[in-house]
Structure formats: C-alpha cells, structure tokens
Design a binder for this molecule. Structure first.
Ligand code: NAD
Length: 504
C-alpha cells in the first residue's frame, strides 16, 4: 500500500503525511485493507485515507515491538532518556508551524488562536516530564538500627494509550509520562484525527528514541482500541475520552486486571455570585466553554448566576462572545471559533440546542443553523460549523443541563444562595471541573472544599497548568494527569526490606 502522500495545506505549504502504522520507528503497512478517512472539518472535504491496524495482527505487532523495547528503555540511564526528550522538543520547535497547520487541517482548530497553543503545550509537557525522569524517587525507612527499607518506583511495562479527537497532540503529550517513567507505549489515535501523531512519530524516530519505545496505530475504537485494551501483553491502559467508552474499558481491562486511568466527560458547573467581579466572570465564562469550539472535557458548560445579577450577566456575556469569539476559517489569524470535528458532532450539537429550546430555554445568542459568515461562504458552508450559543432560563434537571454536549453551547440559570449553588453544582453525574466567581474568598474556599469535582477554579475557568494535577471524580473518571501526581499512573511501588543484622 502507499506509505506516504504529499498534502497541500490551506496556507499553500506542502508536507509529506505518513499513511501507515508507526511500529519500531518505521512507517509500515497494515496487515489489512481497512482505513480511517480524515476530513477537513472546515470544508467537509476528504483529505486522505490512513491505514487502519488489523485488530489482531497489528495490535500484536505493535505490542510486541513495545515489549521488546521495554528492557532496554527501562534500563537506559535517566540522563540519556532526558536528552532524547529535549532533542525531540527541539525538533517539534523547528516544525511548530507545520505541526500546527496539520493539527488545524485535521481538527478544524484555528491555527493562530488554538492549534499553535496545543503544539506549545506538547513541548512544555515533554520538557516538564523530561525534568522528572531522574527525580521520580521512592522513600527510605530505618525502622530499627539493623533494618533498612526502601521503595522504588518501577515502570509497569507496555502502556496502551487511547486518545480523543479534541486535543490529538496535547492529550497525547500528557500520556508521554508513561515513557518518561520508563514504560514503552502503543498509542491509538482517535479515528477522526489520525494525521498529526503520525507526523510527530517521524520526529520521535529522528530524535533517536530506540525503536519500539513509542508506537502508533490508527483505527476504530470498537475494533483496534478494544483489542489493545484486552491484550494480555499490555500492562496498563491510559484512556481519555467519553464516559460511555470509559465504562467499556473498565470492564474489558479486567481480563488481566491491568490498571487503568480514565479521563472522561464532564458537565462542569460555573457559579457566579452577586459579589463577583462580573466583567472577569464574563471573560472566563466565555473562555471556559467557547474555546476549542466547546470541545473541552472540563468545559464549564453549566452556568448559574445569583438572581439579582442574572440579566446583566447574560447581556454582558452575549456581547463579549459576539465581539471576541469570531467564527471563521481556521486559517485566518483572527478566527477563534472553527468548525466542530465532524458532521455527526455538528448534528449532535444542533440536536441539543433544539432539545434546550423545546425544554423552555431562551436563546440569548446563536441557536440553530449555520453562523451567518459561514452560510454565505461556498466552501465553509459545507463545513461542520455551529453557532456559539447561549441558552438561558435553564433548570438543572433539564436534559440540556445534565448531558455533555461537547460543543459551543452554554446553558445558564439562576441560584438563590450559597447552599442552593452548591446543591445545583453537585447535582450531576459528572465531576471533572467546577468554578466559582466571588470576591469573598472564604465562600470560594468553602465551595472548593465541598464541590464534587476533581478541580475547582476560583475566579477563573479552565486555567490548566502542567504542574497541577488534572482529573475527575464521579463519572468523569479517576487518576490524575500532569504534575508530579501524573507519575504515579505509570509506576508501581516496590518495597525492599534489607536485614542488616543477624537475628531472625
Ligand atoms: P470517545 O470515547 O468516542 O473516543 C476516545 C478514544 O477511545 C478514541 O481513540 C476511540 O477510538 C477510542 N475508543 C472508542 N471505543 C473504544 C473501545 N470500545 N475500546 C477502546 N477504545 C475505544 O471520545 P471522543 O469523542 O474522541 O472525545 C470526546 C470525549 O472525550 C468527551 O466525552 C470528553 O469529555 C472526553 N475528554 C476527556 C478529557 C479528560 O481529561 N477528562 C479530555 C479530553 C476529552
């Protein structure tokens, strides 16, 4: 089969897209004829077909490559591992513009205001975990003079990393912690976004990582992903994606009791109190849901405002979103809102907007149909755009307030007082992010301590930092990525007892 194809990017630049599987540092043919097709979400045009892995033969092949590489990688001196990470970062930096454009082409992310940040995050995360490679130490204990005990943090073996479409390279980077802690890995890309990781893989080989340390397979979740999760040669699954698939993975991973981490969906609350700086609240509320076209797991998509500030907040938010969240072609520098990832996702979001209207919500901004600027453009009108939408007068029991939409839609209602706000915030099956706006910091901390979520932003939203753990509670999953906490996902603790004396 064809292993590469020259692709023209919207800017006019050209690059060579690998089309095969990336195993043992090589772009190789799949054992089957299956493909995943990549589309440009901004225009609906097909870009290229990528070879999908055979769920049996190729998953075995990739796992074997990772297993064969494990001993060598685990035992490579930490400084040598670290230098490879830094070399890789330099190569990404050299290719930043290109990688951002490829990511944009495959996902619809605006290049300047979105995709470039993802590539910068990729570099920052790799550098951060490069710094941890020689510092992930255990503890030592001297319980008695003739006894020394210590712990070592050991890699698990082969890690299967399953990533979603919304941040293909950035979410991948969070799972490079597996490699930094001495494991080898098989990554399965999301079927909607197979391009950038295969291009990135060429840089991994160029940086000099030993063959088999990092492998990439493309394909459908139900077949290729399923086979990776059930594989007896895989020691751990790190998954980011929907709660529905997370539940399947939890069941399937029981085949050899492999540990899993699940970073799943959310419906995160954002509460605005009367005593908040309303302008700040407006800015962060917009950022917390309209960034990345609302395809944000921790998006604060469920907003409640204390009664007396409600109408003023709605008016200011609508104006701010209209002014700042410019819909358009991802290649234009000023565009902030591009298309949704797929036609399916475009229909799902429209379906939810309709449900909200039918449930009695008031459309304050956006609503059904295509954004005007897109409707009048011959090419973009075939893309998967939806209008940034604000639905007001929501009650928390509405379907639209309880289910993850994963698009640029915020639902807004009111609350009476602190207890009411906390009850509404917690009355949802998810528990990923949460946010509170108030100048009363005692109230804010009380909220943060009692909200059932993995993260709480006080006077901001989705302000993610690589030092700080990211992850959820309830049906948003378990395990933490980023920060030093992220290291424990990929190591097991071994306790060693040393008898220094001569007694029993
Ligand atoms: P998804 O669950 O449909 O797919 C995620 C990945 O799982 C894909 O690679 C897919 O191919 C694979 N997959 C699907 N079925 C599988 C199976 N049976 N076995 C193994 N793998 C399988 O999610 P998506 O649509 O790509 O991403 C959107 C979802 O991801 C949203 O729910 C969002 O909230 C969530 N997400 C969570 C986080 C987080 O950190 N908590 C971050 C980003 C996205």
């Amino acid at each position: 089969m064809t292993l590469t194809k020259e692709i023209s990017l919207p800017s006019g630049a050209k690059y060579t897209q690998p089309l095969g599987l990336f195993i043992n540092n090589e772009n190789v043919d799949s054992s089957c004829e299956d493909v995943v097709k990549s589309y440009n979400p901004a225009t609906g045009e097909a870009i290229v077909a990528i070879q999908a892995a055979d769920p049996k033969k190729d998953v075995d092949r990739a796992v074997k490559a990772a297993r064969d590489a494990f001993g060598g990688w685990k035992n490579l001196p930490a400084t040598e591992k670290r230098d490879l990470f830094y070399k890789l970062c330099s190569l990404i930096e050299e290719n930043l513009e290109l990688l951002a454009e490829v990511e944009s082409l495959d996902t619809g992310k605006p290049v300047e205001t979105n995709a470039k940040y993802d590539i910068q995050e990729l570099i920052a995360v790799l550098k951060y975990y490069a710094g941890w490679i020689d510092k992930n130490n255990g503890q030592s204990f001297v319980p008695q003079p003739n006894k020394l005990c210590y712990t070592v943090h050991q890699p698990l073996g082969v890690v299967g990393c399953i990533i979603p479409f919304n941040y293909p390279l950035a979410m991948m980077s969070w799972k490079w912690t597996a490699i930094a802690t001495g494991n080898t890995a098989v990554f399965k890309s999301a079927e909607q976004t197979p391009l950038s990781i295969l291009f990135f893989a060429q840089l991994v080989a160029k940086a000099g990582f030993p063959p088999g340390v990092f492998n990439v397979i493309s394909g459908l979740g139900e077949t290729v992903g399923d086979s990776l999760v059930k594989h007896l040669g895989v020691n751990k699954i790190a998954f980011t994606g929907s709660t529905k698939v997370g539940q399947i993975i939890q069941r399937n991973a029981s085949v050899n009791l492999k540990p899993i981490t699940l970073e799943c969906g959310g419906k995160s609350p954002l509460m605005v109190f009367d005593d908040a700086d309303i302008d700040q609240a407006v800015k962060w509320t917009a950022f917390g849901i309209f960034n990345n076209m609302g395809q944000i797991c921790s998006g604060t998509s469920r907003c409640f405002v204390q009664e007396s500030s409600y109408e003023a907040f709605l008016t200011k938010l609508a104006k701010h979103v209209e002014d700042e969240y410019i819909v358009g072609n991802p290649i234009h520098a000023k565009t902030v809102v591009g298309p949704q990832i797929s036609k399916d996702q475009q229909s799902t979001v429209q379906k939810y907007i309709k449900i909200g209207i039918d449930e009695g919500c008031r459309v304050v901004l956006g609503g059904l149909g295509l954004p005007e600027i897109v409707e009048n453009d011959e090419q973009l009108s075939k893309g998967y755009y939806v209008k940034p939408t604000i639905l007001a007068d929501v009650k928390n029991h509405f379907k639209i307030a309880q289910e993850e939409i994963f698009g640029p839609v915020i639902v807004i209602g009111t609350f009476k007082d602190f207890d009411d706000a906390l009850e509404i915030a917690n009355d949802v099956q998810y528990g990923l992010g949460s946010a509170i706006f108030s100048k009363d910091l005692v109230k804010c901390h009380k909220f943060a301590h009692n909200v059932e979520a993995g993260m709480c932003w006080i006077n901001s939203s989705n302000d993610v930092d690589i030092n700080v753990p990211f992850g959820g509670a309830k049906m948003s999953g378990f395990g933490r990525e980023l920060g030093s906490y992220g290291l424990s996902n990929f190591t097991s603790v071994k306790s060693v007892y040393v008898n220094l004396g001569d007694q029993l």
